[in-house]
Design a binder for this molecule. Sequence first.
Ligand SMILES: NC(=O)c1ccc[n+]([C@@H]2O[C@H](COP(=O)([O-])OP(=O)(O)OC[C@H]3O[C@@H](n4cnc5c(N)ncnc54)[C@H](O)[C@@H]3O)[C@@H](O)[C@H]2O)c1
Length: 336
Amino acid sequence: MISVKTKFKNYNIIIKKGELKNAKEYFNLNRKVLIVTDSGVPEKYSKTILDQCKQGLILTIPQGEESKNIDNYILILKTLTTNNFTRKDCIVAVGGGVVGDISGFSAASYMRGIDFYNVPTTFLSMVDSSIGGKTAIDFCGYKNIVGAFWQPSAVLIDTEVLSTLPKRQIICGMVESIKMSLTHNEELFNIFLNNEQFKEEKTEEIICKSLLIKKAVVEKDEFENGERKVLNFGHTIAHAIESAESFNELYHGECVAIGMIPMCGEEVKPKLLKVLEHLNLLNNISINKSQLKEAVKHDKKAYGNKISIVKVNKIGTYEIEETDIKNIENLLEEAF
Ligand SMILES: NC(=O)c1ccc[n+]([C@@H]2O[C@H](COP(=O)([O-])OP(=O)(O)OC[C@H]3O[C@@H](n4cnc5c(N)ncnc54)[C@H](O)[C@@H]3O)[C@@H](O)[C@H]2O)c1
């Protein structure tokens, strides 16, 4: 168990395989409970929570990033209102980052804030999005543009649920762990470096070590005024790639993997490439340098000319630099 301490709330993260059936030991389900999930998450997970509720209700939104929208936000609020949820009732999110983000934002705003529990079911949400209190929906074509800081009341991570998650999703989630290991923890990075094949028995260790990094960063800078920017390592280029048409088949984790490469110093880069090779991450991706540069140029609109980037010259350490967007193009030129 990991305890997170923030200004408004202290909460526990429970990491235990097969523990979903005992959620009521960690969550107060003795009240009205709205369980939010999506159509891609196997139903048995939300039903396991429902079975432990006295007055539970499941709301399933369609799977995919497009669902993190204002219509589904309204749907969640309507469901809470028409079912007479009070300030003492709660929401349980059962799903990946999409379900977690929209449920968290609904909980933050309904009656100025009700309890919200997170049951992350993707690797990414287990190591990253389920803790830290950032909640949001996408709006007017911008990702996460409307949201709030609202911490969960508890997070339950049952790694058993990863058995149904497609391998590509697992690997993409691992990229967020690799990202955190590069900036904060060489021992964690070495798990990826020294294991050519991913060993399932390492899952819990990777999740725990990643969460300890995220916890430390969030506790220092809950509202992202400084230090928390380090979690954006690799994300500047990733966001540019994600917003470019020519790369729209790539998953977020794959874009972050590409985005970290130019931000690593000479000593670190070959090691990162080795890890990405172990995970077969870049094998089916052709990196077209001029398309990448175009994407960054195009994304300039979102950032302006100056941007802060995170660089890693030694594993386990980092520097945050304010730089001109032109320098990112140069870094891309050198990296690929
Ligand atoms: N709040 C934060 O701090 C934070 C941090 C990082 C990312 N995010 C957000 O997280 C989102 C991405 O999250 P994600 O990668 O978890 O994607 P996701 O929530 O879209 O889930 C990916 C897919 O996996 C399916 N799925 C989920 N669990 C499953 C399971 N156990 N078995 C089978 N299928 C399953 C889902 O239905 C979905 O189709 C983005 O919207 C991003 O902005 C938020």
